[in-house]
Design a protein around this ligand. Structure first.
Ligand SMILES: [Zn+2]
Length: 196
């Protein structure tokens, strides 16, 4: 007995056939009732000569998990809420950038606008994922702004002994920066698109 047609999409755990028909091949397994089930989301492929059934994995969208390090761009700052767009996860650029928020640090005294600025690139860590809202932290020393943008003239801010300064208008800016602030090579490597 075959439950699913050749080429159909199946989800993990879905019965494909009974083991008398086909043996489990790649990404397939036997369950306790003698049925071959799918182990991954994919398409079913029956090999009639070898009597084996494989499941070819579908390319799944990149998932973002708690603990992941991300590169994000600041979109807006309202009081204590910073809205960002995640551009890459674990140094892999996202095909579809995703919105997230930066969660204020515990006992934080500075205002958010003295920590990040609109347009800045930040390295952050995913700390919560609740009802589809991704919460990020930038409070560890290796997290924070990697490239600051002047809110007046949109220039990249230069790191000097006196702090971050806009090379065009001379305005000083407060940010929580990472040790490798302004390292364009490092920033570019975080946006690398991996061949799929
Ligand atoms: Zn400026």
């Amino acid at each position: 007995m075959v439950f699913v047609k050749d080429g159909e999409t199946v989800v993990p755990g879905e019965p494909l056939c009974i083991q008398e028909e086909f043996s489990p091949g790649e990404n397939a397994a036997l369950d306790s009732r003698g049925r071959v089930i799918a182990k991954v989301l994919g398409t079913v492929s029956y090999d009639k000569s070898k009597r084996i059934v494989d499941v070819r994995p579908l390319k799944t969208p990149q998932l973002i998990k708690v603990g992941d390090q991300v590169l994000a761009q600041v979109r807006s700052i309202q009081d204590k809420i910073v809205v960002v767009t995640i551009l890459s996860v674990g140094d892999r650029a996202l095909k579809h950038p995703k919105a997230a928020i930066i969660v204020p640090g515990r006992g934080m005294k500075e205002e958010m606008k003295d920590v990040v600025g609109v347009g800045d690139l930040v390295v952050a860590q995913v700390i919560t994922q609740f009802m589809g809202i991704i919460g990020l932290s930038i409070w560890k020393p290796n997290l924070g702004v990697v490239l600051g943008i002047c809110d007046k003239c949109l220039n990249a801010l230069t790191r000097t002994r006196a702090g971050l300064i806009c090379p065009k208008c001379g305005e000083k800016h407060k940010r929580k920066i990472v040790p490798f602030y302004g390292n364009m090579e490092r920033i570019a490597s975080m946006l690398e698109v991996m061949p799929s």
